[in-house]
Design a protein around this ligand. Structure first.
Ligand SMILES: O=C(O)c1ccccc1NCC(=O)[C@H](O)[C@H](O)COP(=O)(O)O
Length: 216
């Protein structure tokens, strides 16, 4: 999962089965995400993720494991079974840096923002996932199909490569890219027919729309 200064591409997150993964690979996803968080409808057991990760060909999308405030033991349990290329973590910067040092993998930190002042001005991490804050009472910090105000990142001098997430869909991703200035986007709910059930049609439509917008 190389992350240069100008990463461009699409991450399809929350993959739990082979057909969705094949579709994402064929459609040109740059990253695919596996959620290791029990309360999520996209939670995937390590032995299933192992088979999915092995399905990604050499040169295919980066395999990203998503963790929420994980202990070292939780990450170890997954990495003992699943080959991953990077980690997406919901944790403070200092803890994310510890994880990076401990496991030797690139780490992106997910940051929920509601105002421009919430945008990080510094990070020692490999990248940032900028998304909306979860709604009150949500059982999870991401994957809530909730858009942020895309104008908040316009002109932002990001301290690391970043991707835009939250509430993106095939029919709004072009607008989101144009208004936010993002060069990489991350989607889960917006390519599902029901929570946790990915749609091949929506995955293809999303990647096509995003890549066309990046080229525009
Ligand atoms: O997908 C989940 O269930 C989830 C659970 C806990 C933390 C994060 C989670 N998802 C994050 C993502 O899939 C993406 O990074 C992003 O937030 C996209 O979310 P969506 O609004 O569903 O497209």
């Amino acid at each position: 999962m190389a992350m240069g200064a100008n990463i461009t591409g699409v991450k399809i997150c929350g993959i739990t089965e082979a057909v969705a993964l094949d579709t994402a690979i064929e459609a040109g996803a740059r990253w695919v995400g596996f959620v290791f968080f029990g309360p999520s409808p996209r939670n995937v057991a390590p032995d299933v993720a192992k088979m999915l990760a092995a399905q990604v060909p050499d040169g295919g999308p980066g395999r990203i494991g998503l963790f929420v405030k994980p202990t070292d033991a939780e990450i170890t349990r997954v990495l003992d079974t699943v080959t991953l290329d990077g980690l997406q973590v919901y944790a403070p910067e200092a803890r994310a840096m510890e994880i990076r040092a401990r496991f030797g993998l690139p780490v992106w930190r997910a940051v929920g923002i509601a105002a421009r002042s919430d945008l990080p001005s510094a990070t020692g991490l490999d990248g940032l996932v900028i998304e909306s804050r979860p709604p009150a009472g949500s059982t999870r910090p991401g994957g809530n199909a909730r858009c942020l105000d895309w104008g908040l990142t316009e002109g932002w001098r990001a301290p690391a490569p970043w991707m835009l997430a939250g509430g993106l869909k095939p029919d709004n991703v072009a607008d989101a890219i144009m208004r936010s200035g993002a060069r990489a986007v991350d989607v889960s709910s917006g390519v599902e027919s029901a929570p946790g059930v990915k749609s091949a049609t929506l995955i293809r439509a999303f990647i096509t729309a995003a890549m066309n917008a990046f080229r525009a």
